[in-house]
Design a protein around this ligand. Structure first.
Ligand code: SF4
Length: 436
């Protein structure tokens, strides 16, 4: 998924040569949508409903390198006049996973009293590219924030990071010492503190309903990389042609956890992994995203504008014929993902429950009424026990998983969390043991 809204229509044909930064696909002019630019200089090999395949002219293929003033010279520049048009023309969308077109988010007036929140929480375990970007380019992030503040007529901004990220806090605080209107705020290191409404609750003390937008709190929330792309669109006049990601797990020697900056859009996961040492033996899943909400993908899957992590796990445990109950979360693992994990373990699903704070939205997805604040899971676990489950596969937030552990073992139910195989891959403690 690259953006929310109308799909983009291809603007190039097979055989055509394209330059880096050339527009290759675009949504209809007046529709909510986005614009796509070639991330390399190359020749169009194929055009489908899902993708445009471009063969690089450079025989070395896709260079995975950080953008620099030098490399930016090779990207076609934007020539729009005003800030909002530049952001639209650059194809900036929410980089944190939502993919909402940023020009639309910034096309409003908060009346001089609004707030911009820069979301640097990166609450999915193991992901660290936002954190590292804040350390590398704090001035660029701050420029992006100032641009957003000016566009939406806000008088205050907060950069929100996890409290354990002391180095990030120090770097940002130092850069902000002469800025009265921008402050750093910290939140607990617990999933899902990076959820938009969780951040607003923690920073502004206002709990929004699941269907309410940040605007209800006179606020706009933007991901760190989105703000970097806003700066690049306005100051450098470059479109979005690359993505920061974090590589995690069984890649190369031992365990990998490293950020990759400015990976050209369209690079396949296979290319990324090969460049980082190749796959280790005994691979389980390849997940695109974070451990809680990522999706299982293949090596051919390309990096897109919302890709966060690429995680290679060890194989899932074999639990053939085990009867399992599923416990869904509004912010973490939901029905489809938990069912997929049960199938991969060879288990039989005998019941499904959802956390009582997980409510169904119009699109069928679940959302939490109060993210990360557990209502207690005893009733749900008892229901799964009544369905004759031997074990529970839960996708719950960290706080709720602790309450699952308060009940399930007493009923002689095993517990698997949807992130267990990722934590085991990294030799880390499991989510459900958070308070031990
Ligand atoms: S309270 Fe329930 S729905 Fe909300 S994040 Fe925790 S497990 Fe998910």
């Amino acid at each position: 998924m690259n953006h929310i809204g109308e799909p983009a229509e291809p603007l190039v044909e097979i055989g055509e040569t394209v330059e880096t930064g050339q527009v290759i696909a675009k949504s209809e002019e007046d529709a909510l949508g986005s614009i796509y630019h070639s991330s390399i200089e190359g020749k169009v090999k194929d055009v489908t409903n899902e993708a445009i395949f471009i063969k690089p002219l450079d025989k070395d293929g896709l260079p995975i390198q950080e953008m620099s003033p030098e490399s930016e010279k090779d990207i076609l520049k934007l020539d729009e006049d005003d800030s909002l048009s530049l952001i639209k023309a650059a194809g900036v969308v929410g980089s944190g996973g939502a993919g909402f077109p940023t020009y639309k988010k910034l096309d409003l007036d908060l009346g001089g009293e609004g707030i911009v929140i820069a979301n640097g929480v990166e609450c999915e375990p193991y992901l660290l590219h936002n954190k590292e970007r804040m350390k590398k380019n704090p001035e660029d992030i701050i420029t992006g924030i100032k641009t957003a503040m000016s566009l939406v007529n806000a008088n205050k901004a907060y950069i929100v990071v996890k409290e354990k990220e002391k180095k990030v806090v120090d770097v940002l605080t130092n850069k902000l010492k002469d800025e009265e209107k921008i402050e750093v705020k910290t939140v607990k290191d617990i999933y899902p503190m990076g959820e938009e409404r969780a951040i607003i609750r923690e920073v502004l003390g206002k709990l929004l309903e699941p269907d309410e937008l940040p605007l209800e709190a006179n606020t706009v929330v933007l991901n760190i990389e989105t703000l970097l792309n806003v700066k690049r669109a306005i100051v450098d006049r470059t479109p979005v042609v690359a993505k920061d990601i974090t590589l995690v797990g069984r890649i190369g020697e031992g365990r990998t956890q490293k950020p990759l900056f400015d990976v050209p859009l369209g690079t396949t996961i296979e290319e990324l992994i090969e460049e980082s040492g190749g796959l280790s033996n005994s691979v389980g899943e390849i997940i695109m995203g974070g451990p809680f909400t990522g999706q299982n993908v293949t090596l051919e899957t390309p990096v897109n504008k919302t890709t966060g992590g690429v995680i290679v796990t060890l194989p899932l445990p074999n639990r053939e014929k085990m009867k399992v109950g599923l416990l869904e979360c509004g912010c973490g693992g939901q029905g489809e993902r938990l069912t997929e994990l049960a199938e991969k373990m060879g288990a039989e699903v005998v019941g499904t429950e959802k956390c009582k704070q997980a409510v169904e939205m119009k699109n069928g997805n679940l959302k939490c009424t109060n993210p990360g604040e557990c209502p207690g899971q005893a009733e749900k676990i008892l229901n799964l026990k009544k369905n004759k489950a031997d074990a529970v596969i839960t996708g719950t937030c960290a706080d709720c998983t602790n309450t699952v552990m308060g009940v399930a073992p007493k009923l002689k139910l095993g517990v698997f969390h949807s992130t267990d195989h990722v934590n085991r891959t990294m030799g880390d403690r499991l989510v459900r043991k958070l308070k031990e």
